[in-house]
Design a protein around this ligand. Structure first.
Ligand SMILES: C[S@@+](CC[C@H](N)C(=O)[O-])C[C@H]1O[C@@H](n2cnc3c(N)ncnc32)[C@H](O)[C@@H]1O
Length: 267
């Protein structure tokens, strides 16, 4: 496994026990919105890349029913174990350990491909996306969720890590400021270049509440941002947390837009 992918797998193994479990409603509303836009029908076959703890897997399984199928994968063994356990009673679901950069599902065999907050972790997103589109039958649908704009407080919190981060850290917040993740247009072009047609994006504003720096640290340690904390020297932690408290003081909620980008393969 390439080093970068192994690093991401290790990160999400560490994150898995608390991922989506710290009382912050973030991944579920995003997943339900994407599933609603993809509108999987009973009997359809779905591939889900980077399933995490099943935020999409469960609504996808419900939508396709027992006549359909949801094949979900993740690179983190801990995530795969958790989602396998969650879906053990759903015979239409199969969860496997797989690198989404090189999915081994049969090409042109799938009605719907879905991936929420995954593509930017891969070393070569355009190449991965070509492979994902290639999984679809003619007239199949693809839906991808990536990050959009965020409010000033959320940006300010993220920027607290900037002095510590090495340039090659694979994360949406760092790669997202330039390249294909930087705008709706750039991302739509990436999906079009991968072979999809009728490409469009829908923005969903997501708000969360974080009372103070302790709540922020707990939340961000439970998601991919956990990696950022590893770069902060112990001596700098009190100052960083004090700056976070100053940013969060009196702020009732923080807003992060997510971008759901949809396309289909020509008939
Ligand atoms: C931010 S989480 C999103 C999880 C889920 N889609 C959700 O919306 O809650 C990113 C997930 O992508 C997985 N992932 C990252 N790189 C991957 C790769 N190369 N192959 C498969 N899964 C990968 C991670 O292990 C993690 O579970």
């Amino acid at each position: 496994m390439p080093d970068r992918i192994a690093r991401v797998a290790g990160l999400f193994d560490a994150v898995a026990p608390t991922y989506d479990q710290v009382g912050v409603d973030f991944f579920q509303p995003i997943a339900h919105h994407l599933v609603g836009l993809l509108d999987p029908r009973p009997g359809e076959s779905v591939v889900e890349l980077g399933c995490g703890r099943g935020a999409l897997t469960l609504p996808l399984a419900e939508a396709v029913g027992t006549d359909g199928s949801v094949r979900a994968c993740d690179i983190s063994p801990a995530m795969v174990n958790l989602t396998s356990g969650l879906t053990a009673d759903l015979r239409q679901v199969n969860v496997s350990l797989m690198n989404a950069a090189e999915p081994t599902y049969e090409p042109r065999s799938v009605d719907v491909v879905a991936a929420s907050l995954v593509l930017f972790f891969l070393p070569d997103p355009p190449e991965a996306l070509r492979r994902w589109v290639d999984l679809l039958v003619p007239g199949g649908r693809i839906g991808l969720t990536t990050f959009g704009a965020q409010d000033e407080v959320w940006s300010g919190l993220d920027e607290l890590f900037d002095p510590y981060l090495p340039p090659d850290v694979l994360d949406a917040r760092t790669t997202g400021k330039r390249g294909p993740f930087a705008s709706d247009t750039a991302f739509e072009q990436l999906l079009t270049d991968s072979g999809a047609a009728d490409v469009r994006s829908v923005t969903q504003p997501v708000t969360i509440s974080l009372a103070d720096s302790a709540a922020w640290q707990r939340w961000s340690m439970s998601v991919g941002q956990r990696m950022m904390w590893t770069f902060v020297p112990d001596d700098d932690l009190p100052g960083l947390l004090a700056r976070a408290d100053a940013l969060l003081d009196g702020v009732p909620s923080l807003r992060q837009d997510v971008r759901h980008t949809l396309g289909r393969t020509p008939d």
